[in-house]
Ligand binder design. Sequence first.
Ligand code: FAD
Length: 521
Amino acid sequence: MNRADGRGSRGSDTEIGRVVIVGGGTAGWMAAAAFSRFLNNGRRRITVVESDAIGTVGVGEATIPPILAFNNILDINENEFLRVTRVTFKAGIEFVNWGRVGDRYFHPFGFYGHDLHGIAFHQLWLREAMRAGGPGAGSDIAHYCMSAQAAALRRFARPGPTAKPPLNQLLYAFHFDASLYAQFLRKIAERQGAERREGRIVKVHRDGTSGDVLAVELEGGERVEGDLFIDCSGFRALLIEQELKAGWHDWSHWLPCDAAIAVPTALTGPPDPFTRATAHEAGWQWRIPLQHRMGNGMVFASRFGDEDAARAVLLANLEGEVLAEPRTIRFATGRRKASWSHNVVALGLSAGFVEPLESTSIHLIQNGIQRLLALFPGKPISPLERDEYNRGMGELYDDLRDFVILHYKATQRDDSELWRYVRDMEVPDSLARKMELWRLHGRVFREGHELFGTVSWVAVMLGQNLWPEAYDTIADSLDEAKVAEAMARMREDYRKAAEALPDQEQFLRMAGAWAAEEMAA
Ligand code: FAD
């Protein structure tokens, strides 16, 4: 029997020496890249166990801006990353048909205008719009956002560190090829000393007294022993659930979509610098442009519509030539009651899934990694540090859940069972409170470490026709004519700055980050 322990004298009685990452999807290789960078200083061994025969979920190609911070801590050369993983930029998400069929709005990264005398910009905008006659009157709030303006013109350039306003408000994230991303991170992790074991795990060995995991056993008998196990086994949740039964908070009554059909197509034009999410009768369709193809998929709720119908709607709404067989992926929405149990920390799909509407899963992996590094345990593991991790992760998941539920709840659609169900459903108290605060005076407060801030909530609520009854009267403390003048200047500044940008393909080529030549080779 081969043993993967015993080599080198890593760790000690009080120090975790062997970290075993179970799974080599996006979660596994993100964890391996980060842990080998920060924990592998001669004292710890980082091992990734993955099975080519099982493979990865193979989706997950849109991100949100904090991914830039993850690249930074890994010292990733951004242009190389852009080229190798076929990145296009993402300035936000265009939502089509969500409030009512025919509606269209943009949820941008970044800011709406800027506050005046400490008064929130959206309150000044609401005053102007309400005085002009309410919904649809006055100026478009997207005209006060750098990212939204760039996206509307299909332009993009990365603002450098010395960029001046308003260009420095152009926040962005990436669309990338998920399998190329995992390969890219694998190279980094292996260069930093992480080891890889290929094989299917067939058995888990536990300590009879503590219940901790001691080793995973591969087909053929090889045992990989560890002090800390990172469960990145995807929806299988091999250690955290199959073995440790950490428990599950089920969200399917709030987020009823439970399946997706994914299919790549050829590009029909230059890639857009944004994701599109189009609502259909039984679910919604994603459109994620990459340098070399378009990622598409239909997310649907199987209790409100069958797979054949979902596939037919997806295929009828594609723009380019289909490049591969459509693939169905089943999922459940919810999260583990504890993503850290015993000496196992779940990251990625094994820890939970909010559904892909706001592209939050990769962020949850990143956040889990950074949180674990900040709370990295000794031996024995302190319950306090473990509880702190679980408390923080739980809050993060629940906040994201509320924001995603908002997109469903705030619909006026009446054309199918799915939309009637979500429109009429009870929502979590935390979301009901937020929606009521908005309804009264358009107020939004970012709480604790919430990921999505005021701009996001305002974009979705206004975009889906939830208008407050009144604006905050504090807006009346500023002279209306002067505010109108300042707002006109802001609009002009954003428009001019957006018009001066190149299109993103041009920008990527200039940065040496366009992979077309490699693709043609
Ligand atoms: P997986 O990719 O499933 O990897 C699991 C790994 O565990 C594999 O390597 C597998 O071989 C290994 N494994 C499992 N069992 C065993 C075993 N017995 N022995 C050995 N190895 C084993 N996220 C975003 O941020 N943005 C998006 O746009 C987005 N879109 C999505 C769309 C859909 C339809 C879905 C379902 C998810 C989406 N996600 C998105 C989530 C994203 O795909 C995942 O967060 C990400 O891919 C991480 O997956 P993972 O590594 O946890 O799991």
